[in-house]
Design a protein around this ligand. Structure first.
Ligand SMILES: C[S@@+](CC[C@H](N)C(=O)[O-])C[C@H]1O[C@@H](n2cnc3c(N)ncnc32)[C@H](O)[C@@H]1O
Length: 450
């Protein structure tokens, strides 16, 4: 796809203009559509605005720094925004994430499906489904269970019962599709099932931690599974067809289920020409709980176990499952980190948590330096969070730690966050109902790889 045809939908820069300087762009992208193409297939917390990746790739392609067929790397894939944009720009992509659900999400969004195969698989899935779901409901009503269904390992009391059985039945039908049409098609339908799972469960919408509806609201909650599933299927079908017709099917996208603190073991065979990534803001427990968000949808796929999902938030950067030795020298490498930790220590704040997070983040910077071709751009999209009410200037710390590793700083591009899905209402302590300004702006920090 040409950049011009893309820009017609993106606004702000006129179709014929080349991007002369990154500083000329309004990186806030207020009011843009962030759900075009497969970006709209499924929600994910703290999703990156696709236009950021689009503009960076356009700029570096115009400059001749990146060419079609080159490789983009993202150490924090999340829902795969970078990989989808890479393919829209004629580029291969590699990414990794420690959340198995994010891996599936990224694959389903970035790897295009042929229209003919998709429509055959969809017809096969829907054939007879309505009658089968009715049978499931009737069986549950008369027997209190559905003997032919294996129930998913979700927590008791988080789903209305007949509906949970219907979801399990759709899961089994998708397994049949996997056998007949292949895993790519099954993944596509699993995202639709996952969306349906969220809508059907008692989990409150708009929260990034698991909060249940009140007892009163639970009594009134009687969602129609088939309706929710088929409506989302139709929407996602159109989005996938639009994407599939735009992109080159011969490109490669590989999403690894692995830890970016040791990614060289899995990635790195071919070196990346550009890196565009948005790291977590802090440990998952006190910022965005990606694992909790993904738990029920992942368990409903029947492909991921409960223990594996429970570990996602402990394995995230700065999480409980520390895999790296502490590194006290980090404070010498970044004066801003030292000043921040000193302030936290004075306040008896969470200096150890901050240190653990930056120690892990630094390991990713080291790995990215190895994975990326020397001199090529690495863009970190970072938000400055608060901890113990102390502002953590992550953009400055990112720059200083990278410079210590030999990266060469080129840009810091600030942006506001008007439409990013974030836990706005949460206080820094992440207490339900307490409000605080956790993150209000981001910076895109760009450096050349050492
Ligand atoms: C801010 S999100 C990325 C969002 C993504 N750019 C998007 O648009 O959807 C950060 C991601 O980093 C992942 N993550 C955290 N620690 C990780 C680690 N050690 N290795 C790999 N991924 C990790 C989380 O699971 C989460 O999906």
């Amino acid at each position: 796809m040409t950049r011009d045809s893309r820009q017609a939908t993106l606004g702000s820069i006129s179709e014929s203009d080349e991007i002369e300087s990154l500083e000329d762009i309004d990186w806030t992208f207020k009011g843009v559509d962030t759900r075009e193409y497969t970006h709209g297939l499924h929600n994910y917390p703290a999703r990156m605005v696709p236009q950021i990746v689009d503009r960076l790739l356009s700029f570096y392609k115009d400059e001749g720094v990146v060419e079609e067929g080159d490789l983009v790397y993202d150490p924090f894939s999340g829902s795969g925004t970078t990989s989808v944009e890479a393919r829209l720009h004629g580029l291969n992509a590699e990414a990794n994430d420690i959340n198995p659900f994010a891996v599936m999400l990224s694959q389903a969004k970035a790897i295009p499906l042929e229209r003919a195969g998709l429509s055959d698989a969809r017809d096969a899935l829907l054939e007879g489904l309505s009658d089968e779901l009715r049978e499931v409901r009737e069986e549950f009503k008369s027997e209190g269970e559905v003997s032919w269904l294996e129930m998913p390992d979700v927590r008791d009391g988080w789903f209305p019962e007949p509906q949970l059985h219907e979801l399990a039945h759709i899961r089994d039908r998708i397994d049949d599709i996997e056998d007949e049409f292949g895993i790519e098609y099954a993944r596509f339908f699993r995202l639709v099932l996952s969306h349906t799972t969220r809508k059907v469960s008692y989990q409150r919408n708009g929260e990034f931690k698991r909060y249940r509806l009140s007892e009163e609201d639970r009594e009134d909650h009687d969602p129609n599974v088939e309706d929710t599933f088929t409506k989302k299927l139709k929407k996602n079908y159109d989005l996938m067809v639009g994407y599939s017709e735009k992109v080159d099917h011969s490109l490669d996208t590989t999403i690894h289920y692995s830890d970016s603190r040791s990614a060289v073991e899995d990635v790195g065979e071919e070196k990346a020409d550009i890196v565009i990534t948005s790291p977590p803001y802090g440990d998952h427990r006190t910022t965005v709980a990606y694992g909790q968000f993904s738990q029920d949808p992942a368990l409903l796929t029947g492909k991921v176990g409960y223990d594996e999902m429970k570990d996602v938030d402990k394995n995230g950067l700065g999480g409980k499952n520390q895999v790296l030795e502490p590194l006290s020298e980090l404070e010498e490498y970044s004066p801003t980190l030292k000043a921040t930790l000193d302030t936290l220590r004075e306040k008896d704040g969470r200096s150890d948590d901050a240190m653990n997070f930056f120690r892990d983040y630094y390991a990713v910077m080291e790995q990215v330096a190895e994975i990326t071709k020397s001199g090529q751009p690495v863009a970190w999209v970072v938000a400055n969070r608060t901890m113990s009410r102390v502002n953590i200037p992550t953009h400055l710390i990112t720059r200083e730690l990278c410079e210590h590793l030999g990266y060469e700083f080129t840009h810091n591009l600030p942006r506001e966050i008007p439409n990013k899905t974030l836990p706005w209402e949460n206080a820094p302590e992440n207490v339900e109902g307490t409000k605080g300004n956790l993150m209000a702006n981001e910076n895109i920090v760009i450096l050349r790889a050492p």
